[in-house]
Design a protein around this ligand. Structure first.
Ligand SMILES: Cc1cc2nc3c(=O)[nH]c(=O)nc-3n(C[C@H](O)[C@H](O)[C@H](O)COP(=O)(O)O)c2cc1C
Length: 485
């Protein structure tokens, strides 16, 4: 297959040959060797450097992206991101992640870049009794009374994204970053793959309606397979996925183009077809059965923390789950609440744009539902949905979370440029594709370091913020930090 690399190499040979031929015929044109040689030299350098996936994947041509950025960000925005208005993350936020991931200066000259009188402006109140930020980042212990292997989690972890949706190198780099930084990496509903395990980082194993990795021949939950995999030491927690903010009420979608033989084998699904998980679970139908399954998963995993993830939809259903918890006495160790603004590898437009409660409203509601039913102190809440900055972590904790998870910011740390090609298998940075030529552009060692840097610098920013507000980092878990807006 013709790839940009092969086109570059073939084109270079052809151009060098053409210049040679022309210069023999017309010696005065020998100077043409110089520009052609420069282009070839730069392209060859691009092929072998390890920092920029775009330049590895698109030798020489990929440089235009960076040149446009240098000449003037707005020009770059106009040409390369002409439909930027509809995109979920601003250039400013992405730049912040890139800076933190590269460990370069992330301070700002001149002052606030926000219109502080704009509706929706959010801020945080500092204290005249600001504290010195501690060196150690805070940890949050997850595991209720029935959990025998509690997990001391970072306040920021990698949110669920499957191998299949993301490339092998992306998974290796995310888990490598998690290993370096002591945080957790959620597998996503695509199952636990060897690439999740290889680097040795902590894992949250997510189980969706497809039960990938723990399903029988009919696609139903298989307790034996679950027990076997959950015993792996690296698996620190289990997350049952009920719904996801970007497509609540819709099962997972992995387009056929991204289903490689290896992925088909990991998931126990056929090749050449879209992998569509059902919208709801078959292992339970009622809230009481959900609680029973949570208890069973905890037992089968020998007491590891078990929780579930959902985007808040109908409020009465959340109360029904609380009622079932009270009735059975079986509680999840954590609940992950995902905002309707959450990301995905592939979803129908209407599902992404209008379905599901946004994170702030969903989080406040879930927190209050658990407080009102007397369950809040026994269950940790994880928040996900556009958590990118230290302020985002502080904000979510202030309004009800104990800790946060981030998906797309972690993708930016991997080098994602928001090309929005996750569903086409053509991701130019090798993050969200299974095309081996594009995946090769993502250098695992370099990007694992960036994921680690991004996590460390963001958690640091969070600790500094709450210290400025006079809140001790040891007290940072649980609502209490003061935010405004
Ligand atoms: C490429 C991609 C794949 C995802 N796959 C899953 C998944 O398998 N299971 C899941 O629960 N959420 C999945 N999500 C949702 C994220 O885990 C997260 O809940 C959501 O994107 C909100 O976080 P963010 O705003 O930090 O991206 C995926 C998101 C993205 C961008």
């Amino acid at each position: 297959m013709l790839t940009p690399r092969k086109i570059f190499l073939g084109g270079s040979v052809a151009a060098a040959g053409a210049v040679l031929g022309v210069s023999r015929l017309v010696p005065e044109l020998s100077w043409a060797f110089v520009p052609v040689g420069v282009v070839i030299a730069l392209g060859v350098y691009d092929l072998f450097q390890e920092k920029h996936a775009i330049r590895r994947n698109f030798p020489f041509v990929g440089r235009f992206r960076y040149w446009l950025e240098i000449i003037r960000p707005e020009v770059h925005q106009y040409f390369v991101e002409s439909n930027a208005s509809g995109r979920p993350f601003s250039r400013e936020l992405r730049s912040l992640v890139y800076q933190r991931a590269k460990n370069v200066t992330d301070t700002l000259p001149f002052g606030t870049e926000r219109d502080v009188y704009q509706v929706g402006y959010e801020w945080m109140n500092h204290s005249l009794r600001a504290l010195h930020p501690p060196d150690e980042a805070p940890r949050v212990v997850i595991g209720g009374p029935d959990c025998k292997q509690p997990y001391a989690s970072s306040v920021l972890n990698v949110s669920a994204m499957s191998y299949g949706s993301l490339s092998k190198n992306a998974i290796l780099a995310l888990n490598g970053g998690a290993k370096l930084g002591g945080f957790a990496h959620n597998t996503g509903e695509g199952g636990l793959s060897p690439h999740h395990l290889e680097p040795g980082g902590d894992i949250v194993w997510q189980i969706g309606t497809g039960y990938f990795g723990c399903r029988d021949a009919e696609g139903r939950f298989d307790p034996g397979r679950f027990a076997e995999k959950s015993a792996i030491e690296q698996v620190k927690m289990i997350e049952l996925k009920l719904s996801q903010g970007a497509k609540p009420g819709h099962g997972g979608i992995l387009p056929a183009r991204k289903v490689t033989p290896e992925i088909a084998a990991i998931r126990h699904v056929p090749l050449g077809q879209d992998v569509l998980s059902p919208p709801t679970h078959t292992a339970f139908t009622t809230p009481l059965e959900l609680c029973e399954l949570v208890g069973k998963l905890r037992e089968l995993s020998k007491g590891k923390p078990v929780g579930f993830k959902l985007c808040i939809g109908k409020r009465r259903e959340v109360f029904a789950i609380c009622k079932a918890m009270l009735e059975t006495g079986i509680l999840p160790d954590f609940i992950t609440v995902d905002g309707g603004e959450g990301g995905t590898g592939a979803a129908p437009l209407e599902f992404s744009n209008v379905l599901g409660t946004p994170l702030n409203e969903g989080l406040v509601f879930l927190h209050n539902a658990l407080v009102g039913t007397g369950l809040r102190d026994k269950i940790k809440i994880v928040a996900s949905g556009r958590v990118v900055t230290g302020f985002d972590i502080a904000h979510k904790i202030a309004i009800g979370a104990d800790l946060c998870a981030s998906a797309r910011a972690m993708m930016f740390a991997l080098g994602c440029i928001q090309a929005q090609k996750c569903n086409t298998n053509e991701c130019p940075t090798g993050v969200a594709t299974q095309d081996p030529d594009l995946v090769a552009g993502l250098v695992v060692g370099d990007k694992a370091k960036r994921v680690y840097n991004f996590h460390r610098n963001t958690v640091r920013a969070f600790v500094e913020l709450i210290s400025a507000s006079g809140v001790s980092a040891r007290r940072s878990s649980g609502p209490g930090t003061s935010c405004g807006g």
